[in-house]
Ligand binder design. Structure first.
Ligand SMILES: Nc1ncnc2c1ncn2[C@@H]1O[C@H](COP(=O)(O)OP(=O)(O)O)[C@@H](O)[C@H]1O
Ligand SMILES: [Mg+2]
Length: 242
């Protein structure tokens, strides 16, 4: 891979109080890539995602985005750099309608694109169009995930962070959501960093992947390399969700 990565996580350590959740993590994401981070529950995947967004902040190491050190920036200023995330558990606004949730995702500087962007999201996820006046909390899990991704896209991100988009969803719904991610990447060149316990689906979709164990990256490679790697297969794929 040539050139400076869009996102460079370098020797990052993140703590919750005295407990170290990330122990010297290095991850690169290049422009136009889909990169996945796989690992068991409690490995530190969400912590890395949140550290990139500045909450909690890395205690040591650096997060470089688009050539700029964002390690010590407050979360709202990191968002202004056009890093958007769909967090674990989706975190949509349950009392607001689908349309209002999308409004919440659009930054003030994007208002001139608002109608165009909403239409794009409705084309990507027609279910959201059908349900645009319905409250977020009344949607199915899959629809809430679509809304969470749609809301993140309203920010016109350069980098989209997705934390466990497949969690708790039926395989067919997962397939649809992963196809939408692939489409965004192919057609719009969107760069995606994806956290997943569903290693098979994530690696199949990804250009490259990282494996995290106990707050450390233990392996990395192309999606294909990791899919056929015996250690990865034994730990994350055999008997897992295929
Ligand atoms: N808010 C928190 N306070 C204390 N410990 C936390 C907090 N969030 C996560 N942890 C701990 O940090 C470790 C990594 O958690 P997390 O990043 O959520 O893992 P993953 O997303 O891979 O399941 C776990 O041991 C978890 O218990
Ligand atoms: Mg998590």
């Amino acid at each position: 891979m040539t050139g400076e990565p869009l996102l460079k996580v370098q020797a990052v350590e993140t703590y919750y109080g005295n407990i170290r959740a990330l122990s010297g993590v290095d991850v690169d994401v290049h422009k136009g890539e889909i990169v996945s981070l796989i690992g068991a529950n409690g490995a530190g995947k969400s912590t890395l995602m949140m550290t990139i967004c500045g909450s909690p902040q890395a205690r040591t190491g650096q997060v470089i985005f688009d050539g700029e050190d964002i390690t010590r920036l407050p979360t709202h200023l990191i968002a202004r750099k056009r890093i958007a995330q769909s967090p674990e558990g989706r975190r949509i606004f349950p009392r607001m309608t689908v349309y209002e949730n999308l409004q919440m995702g659009a930054g003030l500087d994007n208002l001139k694109y608002f109608n165009e962007d909403v239409e794009k999201i409705f084309t990507l996820f027609p279910r959201l169009k059908e349900r645009q006046s319905q409250r977020g909390g009344t949607l199915s899990g899959g629809e809430q995930q679509m809304l969470s991704i749609g809301r993140a896209l309203m920010a016109r991100p350069k980098l989209l962070l997705l934390d466990e988009p497949s969690l708790g969803l039926a395989p067919l719904i997962v397939k649809g959501i992963f196809e939408a991610i692939k489409k965004l990447n192919k057609e719009e060149g969107l760069t995606v960093f994806l956290v997943e316990q569903n290693a098979f689906a994530a690696l199949k979709l990804s250009d490259r992947g990282y494996v995290m164990v106990n707050g450390k990256v233990t392996m990395s490679g192309t999606g294909k390399e990791l899919l056929i790697n015996p250690e990865v297969r034994a730990a994350y794929l055999e008997g897992g969700r295929h």
